[in-house]
Ligand binder design. Sequence first.
Ligand SMILES: [Mn+2]
Length: 332
Amino acid sequence: MKDAFDPGAPARPDSGLFGLDAGPDEARVHVLAVPFDATASYRKGAAGGPAAILRASRQVDLFDAVTGKPYEAGIWMAPPDPVVERWNDAATEHAARGDAEAVDGIGDELNAFVHERVREALSNEKLVGTLGGDHSVPFGAVRAHAERFPGMGVLHFDAHADLRVAYEGFTWSHASILHNVATRIDGVGTIVQVGLRDLCEEERDAIARSGGRIRALFDHEWAEARFAGEDLRALVRRTLEPLPNDVYVTFDVDGLDPTLCPGTGTPVPGGLTWHEAMLWLGEVVRSGRRVVGFDLTEVAPRDEPQQGDGWDAIVGARLLYRLIGFALRSGR
Ligand SMILES: [Mn+2]
């Protein structure tokens, strides 16, 4: 006879994400792992994110003081499809040779793959979180959500605006994801960006010329508000105000203070503390908005495997669990 599930017991080393055993049919939450980082421009490593987060997730306590019992919904992560690894290897070689056209061709295939996987899960009423990989990965996931939840807003956590019109020649660059989302996907409404502290003039102008469609709260503005003793909760609420009821969250981990993600590909000093990030996510839910889906990208483990997974994966696993928990709490 199978033992009753004890959420307080240690996870088995071969168990699924967060030590859970739910299969794809029973689990309400599907995590799509996409270990792809071929367009990483500075330091690679995000392709190792899903495997490291899976290992670190088994150590996360299932009861969560803030969001309750997300595990009760059932959480399942599909084993990464070997085709993604092949695409990643091939695209990395093309990128090293400067063959942007070949990299973009693989990006087209990856986008179609992610779109189809997420579309299918959404049609089965799943809550879907896409786990990168670099920030180029979730384009197809955003498209699938925008088809399912037309008019949805996007809440974007990142040190970077990701509004470049291609980067290093790559159309599907991690540095262009929000440009691509804003210009290539029908059904995406207002975009709110948080944590930004590293951007080029072209990106600043894109925000300024968007007619209010893209709003940014820059990291230095956040810091100034903190220094001035402003009511940060009120500032969060004001900043979220332009978002519609349905919100998709795209979370590049480098939006956080790099002490929480030292291995990430393009770290920048500054950024959100853990509790500040939780304030943002919590206020989305408390405002009555619905988190329709999300992605988490750019978590790059640096430690040697024999030392166990380090800080990046531990933070990534806990951030993933909170994203799931907040989305479930929002009525998704
Ligand atoms: Mn970034």
